[in-house]
Design a protein around this ligand. Structure first.
Ligand SMILES: NC(=O)c1ccc[n+]([C@@H]2O[C@H](COP(=O)([O-])OP(=O)(O)OC[C@H]3O[C@@H](n4cnc5c(N)ncnc54)[C@H](O)[C@@H]3O)[C@@H](O)[C@H]2O)c1
Length: 318
């Protein structure tokens, strides 16, 4: 990471739409950044968001916020990419690949031209494929390009489990791995509350924990975006909170374990693809990917998820 002792901590955001603007607002409230620059090819939109956000500053804490261009990425500790099309009702994330891959090349090359030393964090969907594309287009080391991946799905999963088990979601330890999308995999074999596997916890607390209940919780997790998009057209609060959490781990060098998308070198026969596994995130970006001990079924699910992503990557020829 760059020396931030003498420079204000800058975060650049490319794409000032629902996700980008909500992230900017959450970041403003988090007090993690001294400078937030919004870049969007709809410059008026970025300006409007910057104006509105600036008017919250006297009520929050001092942050310099402005609508800029790619030159303003210079010196940013992290550039977050949220630009591009979102899913329309009924569309999968993978349906977006053609539309969003095309804009990603220009965006990433423009970022790196002005900021060869920072980190790139991708949230645009399909996030795993676009994280891979950003890695290739940028030429940056694998540690410095990551995607929000399943941080959102993991949060949804923990929330839904917490409702079922009647505990704080922060006390539920469970991960969704693989694609941020339809082929994602719940890691039931390692899910726990207070270190107790869920079936044991259920037994002791007289909870049903029928397989059908667990399956329903996973399906609601996996399909949450469809449900929300059908009702309000887009999702943004939870993903924005996830991006803040990743940025916090980076800026504060926390070595936090988060399920983010990163380049997989060799795990369970999976290589040369970006997908999510619990990953240690610190000031340098991706410190290491945790090699989970998965059940055979989970391993097969992850390999299948990697296959889905690889097929798209091969077709795209990045
Ligand atoms: N990773 C996740 O968990 C997650 C969650 C929700 C949404 N998303 C994704 O985030 C992306 C943005 O969603 P949204 O709801 O904010 O969409 P949005 O349409 O509200 O915003 C997209 C913004 O990108 C801008 N843009 C488009 N092309 C650009 C370019 N070439 N350069 C700069 N800016 C450009 C648009 O002007 C717009 O302001 C979508 O791909 C969506 O699927 C990801």
């Amino acid at each position: 990471m760059q020396d931030t002792h003498h420079q204000p901590v800058r975060i650049a955001i490319v794409g000032a739409g629902n996700v980008g603007a909500t992230f900017a607002y959450a970041l403003l409230l988090s007090r993690l950044a001294a400078e937030i620059v919004l870049i969007d090819n709809n410059h008026a939109k970025a300006e409007g968001e910057a104006m509105d956000l600036n008017h919250a500053v006297p009520l929050a804490s001092p942050v310099r916020i402005w609508a800029g261009d790619y030159a303003d990425c210079a010196g940013a500790a992290v550039t977050v990419i949220t630009a591009g099309s979102a899913q329309r009702p009924g569309e999968t994330r993978l349906d977006l690949v053609q539309r969003n891959a095309a804009i990603m090349k220009t965006i990433v090359e423009s970022i790196v031209r002005h900021n060869p030393l920072g980190l790139i964090l991708v949230a645009t969907n399909p996030v795993d494929i676009l994280t891979y594309a950003s890695l290739k287009y940028s030429g940056l080391p694998t540690a410095r390009v990551l995607g929000s991946g399943t941080i959102l799905d993991t949060a949804r999963f923990r929330y839904m489990l917490s409702q079922y088990f009647g505990v704080d979601p922060r006390s539920v330890h469970a991960y969704i791995i693989g694609e941020h999308g339809d082929s994602e995999v719940p890691v039931w074999s390692l899910a726990n509350i207070a270190g107790m596997r869920l079936p044991v916890y259920c037994e002791q607390h007289d909870l049903g924990c029928r397989d059908a209940d667990m399956q329903r919780i996973f399906e609601q997790t996996r399909d949450a975006a469809y449900q929300i998009i059908e009702r309000k057209g887009a999702t943004y609060y939870a993903v924005a909170s996830g991006i803040v959490r990743i940025v916090e781990a980076i800026l504060r060098n926390q070595s936090t374990v988060l399920s983010v998308s990163s380049f997989i070198q060799d795990y369970a026969g999976i290589r040369d693809v970006c997908l999510s596994l619990p990953t240690v995130i610190s000031g340098a970006g991706v410190e290491r990917v945790i090699r989970l001990e998965l059940s055979d079924e989970e391993k097969a699910g992850l390999q299948q998820s990697a296959q889905v992503l690889k097929k798209f990557i091969e077709q795209m020829n990045f």
